[in-house]
Design a protein around this ligand. Structure first.
Ligand SMILES: NC(=O)c1ccc[n+]([C@@H]2O[C@H](COP(=O)([O-])OP(=O)(O)OC[C@H]3O[C@@H](n4cnc5c(N)ncnc54)[C@H](OP(=O)(O)O)[C@@H]3O)[C@@H](O)[C@H]2O)c1
Length: 216
C-alpha cells in the first residue's frame, strides 16, 4: 500500500513512538501532521523529520482544541493515536480514584474525543491505529491502572472496527519501549528496569520506537 500523498495525523507525533512513526511515513512520502501540546517539543520533532511534516498544537483532552485542528486539516486519510499523559503506575492499593480518573482522561478519553472530532474529516475507508500497551494483555502486578486504561481502548477498538467499517481500526500494543516517557526516572533505576525486562523476554531485548512504527 503506497502512503504517497496520504494525509496522516499523528497525535503524540512529537515524541517517542509517535515521532518514529511520523519519520517513517514521511520517508514514504506521506503528508504528515504531528500534534501535541507543546510548541518546543513539536519544533524539535519537526527538525528530526527534516521539515517533511507540519506541527499542530492540540490538547486531546480539550474538544475545542480538537475541533480547531479538524477545521484546519480539512481532510485526512489516516489517524494515529500515540499520545498519553498521567499514566497510573503502581500497586493497586496505591492508585486513588483521582489518579485513575486522570489516567483515563489522559489516554482513553483523549483517544475517544480525537476520533469523534476527526471522523467527519477522515476518509471513510482510511484507517485508525491506536497505541495501547502490554499491560492490557498480560497480568503484570503493579500495572492494574495501565491495564484498565489500555484494556478499555482495546475493547473499544474491536467494536469500532465493525461499527465504522470500511474504516480500518487497529490497535498496536507495545511492551516496554525506551522513549522520553521515562526521562523523569533516575538513570540507574531506568537501566535496571529495562535490563530486567529484557532478561525476562524470549527475544532477550525490549522493543524500540522504530519497531512500533513499523507495526503501525
Ligand atoms: N514507552 C513505553 O514503554 C510504552 C509502553 C506501552 C504503551 N505505551 C503507549 O504508547 C504511546 C506512546 O508512548 P511514548 O512512550 O512514545 O510516549 P511519549 O514519548 O511520552 O510521548 C507522548 C506524546 O503524546 C503527547 N501528548 C501527551 N499528552 C497529550 C495531550 N493531552 N494532547 C495531545 N498530545 C499529548 C506528547 O506531547 P506533549 O507533551 O507536548 O503534549 C508526546 O508527543 C502512549 O499511548 C503510551 O501509553 C508506551
Amino acid at each position: 500500500m503506497s502512503l504517497s500523498q496520504q494525509r496522516i495525523l499523528i497525535l503524540g507525533g512529537s515524541n517517542g513512538m509517535g515521532l518514529a512513526t511520523a519519520q517513517r511515513v514521511a520517508r514514504a512520502s506521506a503528508e504528515v501532521f504531528i500534534a501535541g501540546r507543546t510548541q518546543a517539543r513539536l519544533d524539535v520533532a519537526l527538525d528530526a523529520i527534516a521539515g517533511r511534516a507540519e506541527g499542530l498544537i492540540v490538547d486531546f483532552t480539550d474538544p475545542a482544541s480538537l475541533a480547531s485542528a479538524a477545521e484546519r486539516l480539512g481532510r485526512i486519510d489516516h489517524l494515529v493515536l500515540a499520545a498519553s499523559s498521567n499514566a497510573a503506575w503502581g500497586p493497586f492499593g496505591e492508585i486513588s480514584a483521582d489518579t485513575l480518573r486522570r489516567a483515563l482522561e489522559g489516554k482513553l478519553l483523549g483517544y475517544w474525543q480525537t476520533l469523534q472530532a476527526m471522523l467527519p474529516i477522515l476518509r471513510r475507508d482510511g484507517s485508525v491505529a491506536m497505541l495501547t500497551g502490554a499491560a492490557s494483555r498480560t497480568a503484570m502486578p503493579g500495572t492494574s491502572g495501565l491495564a484498565a486504561v489500555n484494556g478499555a481502548i482495546t475493547q473499544m477498538a474491536m467494536t469500532l472496527a465493525k461499527e465504522l467499517a470500511p474504516l480500518r481500526v487497529n490497535v498496536v500494543s507495545p511492551g516496554l519501549v525506551d522513549t522520553p516517557a521515562y526521562d523523569g526516572m533516575p538513570e540507574e533505576a531506568k537501566r535496571g528496569m529495562f535490563e530486567s525486562a529484557a532478561r525476562n523476554l524470549p527475544v532477550g531485548c525490549t522493543g524500540t520506537s522504530e519497531d512500533v512504527a513499523a507495526a503501525v
